[in-house]
Design a protein around this ligand. Structure first.
Ligand SMILES: [Zn+2]
Length: 260
């Protein structure tokens, strides 16, 4: 069975310094696609460059809430241009983070809304980071005609999940489901409709339980993460893989390029 990592920061130096090896190991571990979102104006070029080098990599372009306070009007205009010029698969990583010390929430809110407007304008799905801010993110999404996408590293309530699923979103789960103590996230991964779930590593962060401290997380780990989900759901890899592939393409339709 093959898997798509729907969220990975391959441009982070700990991965990019040995990118050939990271990609080779991913392929050996049956990863057939990797989605790489940008996070700020200064990493867009690198993200595009990496994805253009490897057929299995696809980029989303956007500004992460951590960097919201440094985003200018010009940055947003440039983003609008680049999304079309480079045929990005989504607008992302965008969102709101209640626990980000650096970027004030009102500024995050403005930058998130500006990027939601771009997603609506260009008819693109979104990849959303919404830590502690799911209700506000949902409210802002609901006001616009957004094509769906992925709520990455989902850690909300079942009720919040339900609202987002109704708005056409898939919910991203990663290595955290491998920790026994992550009871809530494991319960979400176990009980949400399987049709609403996609997998991600969020590497180099969010290490699964078995990755040694000194090692970075990487897309190759997705295969083992998928085994954890199989176990939680009581399904085999073939069944899970088929459903997740379909979910992922529903969330990010341009990934269907992988199969043409
Ligand atoms: Zn991310």
């Amino acid at each position: 069975m093959t898997w798509i990592d729907t969220h990975c920061h391959l441009d982070q130096p700990v991965l990019s310094k040995d990118i050939q090896k990271v990609i080779k190991l991913s392929k050996e571990c049956n990863i057939e696609g990797i989605v790489v979102p940008s996070t700020c104006p200064s990493n867009i070029d690198e993200v595009i460059k990496i994805c253009n080098r490897f057929d299995m990599c696809f980029f989303a372009l956007g500004f992460h809430p951590f960097f919201a306070q440094n985003i200018s009007e010009d940055d947003l205009k440039k983003l609008s241009f680049l999304l079309i010029e480079h045929d990005a698969i989504a607008v992302g990583e965008i969102g709101l983070d209640k626990f980000s010390g650096e970027s004030q929430l009102n500024i995050q809110d403005e930058v998130f809304q500006a990027q939601l407007d771009l997603a609506e304008k260009h008819d693109l799905p979104i990849i959303v980071h919404a830590r502690g801010m799911i209700d506000r993110a949902t409210q802002l999404i609901r006001k616009r005609k957004i094509k769906g996408g992925i709520i990455h590293a989902f850690n909300g309530s079942f009720q919040q999940a339900d609202q987002l699923i109704k708005l056409g979103f898939k919910l991203g789960f990663g290595g955290v489901i491998s920790y026994e103590r992550a009871k809530h996230i494991r319960s979400l991964a176990q009980n949400l409709p399987l049709e609403s779930i996609v997998l991600e590593t969020d590497s180099p962060d969010m290490k699964p339980a078995w990755v040694e401290n000194e090692c970075p997380n990487e897309p190759a780990q997705l295969e083992k993460i998928s085994q954890v989900l199989c176990h939680l759901r009581g399904v085999d890899a073939r069944e899970l893989g088929g459903i997740l592939k379909q979910n992922t393409i529903e969330a990010l339709p341009k990934l269907s390029k992988l199969y043409t």
